[in-house]
Write a protein of this length. Structure first.
Length: 608
């Protein structure tokens, strides 16, 4: 959602803040601003719109000077996008930026209005600034004022704060929302995620909720809400700057699709040894998995679609029943748990608000939890009982691609391991699956190599405003993910349907020229899906078929045919999704869409 950057050090802060905000663009935003502590105090420059507009405003004569400052990209939740609603917000001696949601902001606002305070904006953020300034006026103690404000302000949020009479000092605190403190030489940073700081430092730590970080150029102090010192272990980022840059590609999304073979290899190779799946190296003991007799997979968006594939794999290979739930629904339906349940939480960022809340619900109920995440040290990773990292490296584009494939990879490993531990797979079968999984990066590359054919297909679909996806079994889950991907980046109305449901209403939407993309990679279901495609073809549909190399296809049925390498049926999602990701990308490019930063979307959804 919103993004925070802060810098204190020996250099002029403006360019560092602006560059940091550019690195945060992928999170989604509608306005931006900075506040800099200079010789004349704190100066704020902010504006609605893209960062170039902020840059232009600064270049036009509003450039502040100083070696300490905070910056923000806003994604509107309270109050429309506007200059006045943009961050940073000032109140009295307080200037702050805020990522998250203040759930009781009306209560805070009413308290300040009763004291005669006049609000300038419609935001929940200004109520925090006013509340913090109120307590600071009473105590003149930053730590005490922050502690009282955190006590009063309900919700999930992170704050970066400047006090007028605390020169060259940044205070940072969080309550569930992500926040990273970067440690440099004679300079220190705060940010919403570590990728923003890679060009400056790889040393960082993660403050816990309720810990206050006090940043000055010569060091960082951490205290709890009572002002007592807190020791923090310093971590070292394993990513480098190059992995967070485009590397010659026109967009991050295309770069990340082309990185999929290497990402899957990096995810699988260390966990397969001698024809066996070894998850113990990730800290997940065999006896934990051996006791599991029911699994809940909980996630949002693309991660949830990965979970749907995981359900097919685990049920097929281990014969363990699996439920897949949208995180925002799971936590409100009073789920039924039993003694040997396992709740698997999937999140690229490890900070997805609803998934984190579902994790906490499961732990409250005494159920064991397993996180599948990409970001080390993220909230979900820290709070789950066990963690399997996907090791995808940074994913910058809002539309998730390579993260989906590595999530699938981990779920396949888990399915094979469970199948062995529960007596459903022999040693030879395990070895066969391990060999075939290790071959998948090469097959994924084969699928990518068909990009010219996919571009040709995209050119034929770029002007269509409605697209339907149909499939059966695990192919239907690919339709759901493909539909999401296309609508995310191209703004085309898309729907995914189980092919067997066509006669139950969906077919009424088919008319002359309607594109219908059929996914048919399962031999046992192939004839039925093709039969459904023939039905829509007879009603004028433009049929695009994704199938395996060697499958027989009537040349009169399809407008376009996208073939993928022939692999084991249950593993087909790893290759079949690739042309559909590329198709979504190229349609969006041809339509002139902002592929990496689609409108109204955020990379990491850290509020409910």
């Amino acid at each position: 959602m919103c993004g925070i950057i802060g810098y204190v050090g020996k250099h002029d802060s403006v360019d560092i803040l602006l560059d940091g905000l550019r690195q945060l663009e992928y999170r989604g935003y509608d306005s931006a601003g900075i506040a800099v502590y200079g010789k004349s105090g704190v100066s704020v420059v902010k504006t609605q719109g893209r960062l170039q507009r902020l840059q232009d405003k600064i270049d036009a004569g509003e450039r502040p000077f100083g070696c300490c400052g905070i910056g923000h990209t806003r994604w509107a939740t309270h109050g429309e996008p506007s200059d006045v609603n943009a961050h940073p917000h000032r109140s009295g001696r307080v200037t702050l930026v805020h990522n998250g949601i203040i759930e009781n902001y009306m209560q805070l606002k009413d308290a300040r209005l009763a004291e005669g305070f006049t609000f300038q904006s419609e935001t929940d953020t200004e109520t925090v600034a006013a509340t913090l300034d109120h307590y600071y006026e009473q105590s003149n103690d930053p730590i005490q004022a922050i502690a009282q404000t955190i006590h009063d302000a309900e919700g999930s949020y992170a704050l970066g704060i400047l006090f007028d009479d605390q020169p060259d000092t940044i205070y940072a605190v969080r309550k569930d929302s992500p926040l990273v403190v970067g440690l440099g030489s004679g300079e220190n940073f705060i940010a919403s995620d570590m990728t923003v700081l890679l060009q400056h430092t790889k040393q960082y730590f993660l403050p816990e909720p309720g810990e206050i970080a006090i940043l000055r150029k010569d060091g960082v102090e951490v205290v709890d809400l009572a002002g007592k010192p807190v020791h923090k272990d310093v971590l070292t980022a394993t990513w480098d700057v190059g992995t967070a840059e485009k590397g010659g590609y026109p967009h991050f999304m295309l770069k990340e699709i082309h990185e999929e073979p290497e990402a899957v290899k990096r995810c699988l190779s260390p966990r397969i040894r001698g024809g066996k799946v070894e998850l113990g190296i990730s800290g997940l003991p065999d006896d934990t998995l051996a006791a599991v007799d029911h699994i809940h997979i909980v996630a949002c968006g693309t991660a949830m679609h990965a979970g749907l594939v995981g359900r097919y794999a685990i049920e097929a290979l281990a014969r363990i029943p699996v439920e897949v739930s949208i995180a925002s629904e799971f936590r409100y339906r009073d789920p039924i748990f039993s003694k040997h349940d396992l709740v698997i939480l999937i999140s690229q960022s490890g900070e997805t608000a609803d998934t984190l809340a579902a994790l906490r619900l499961a732990k409250e109920k005494g159920v064991r939890t397993l996180a599948i995440v990409n970001v080390p040290g993220s909230s979900i990773a820290r709070e789950a009982n066990d963690v399997l990292y996907t090791w995808a490296g940074p994913e910058i584009a809002v539309a998730s691609t390579k993260a989906y494939l590595v999530q699938l990879s981990v779920l396949y490993l888990l399915a094979v391991k469970l199948g062995c531990l529960h007596g459903q797979l022999t040693e030879q079968q395990e070895a066969d699956y391990c060999r075939e999984l290790l071959e998948m990066p090469a097959h994924i590359q084969e699928a990518i190599d068909h990009e010219p054919e996919i571009i040709s297909c995209a050119k034929q679909l770029k002007d269509d405003e409605h697209v339907f996806f149909i499939g059966r079994g695990v192919d239907y889950t690919l339709c759901q993910e493909s539909s999401l991907k296309l609508k995310e980046v191209s703004y085309v109305h898309c729907e995914a349907y189980a092919a067997g449901e066509l006669k139950h209403g969906t077919i009424s939407l088919i008319e002359e020229g309607t594109p219908v993309i059929g996914v048919a990679t399962q031999p046992s279901l192939y004839p039925k899906t093709v039969s459904n495609l023939e039905e829509v073809k007879s009603r004028g549909a433009k049929v695009i078929l994704v199938c395996r190399e060697g499958d027989k296809v009537d040349s009169e049925l399809t407008t376009n045919l996208l073939r993928v390498p022939k692999v084991r049926d249950i593993l087909s999602p790893l290759v079949a999704i690739v042309p559909l990701q590329l198709l979504a990308y190229h349609i969006a490019v041809l339509r002139g869409c902002d592929v990496d930063k689609p409108r109204n979307l955020a990379k990491s959804v850290t509020v409910e």
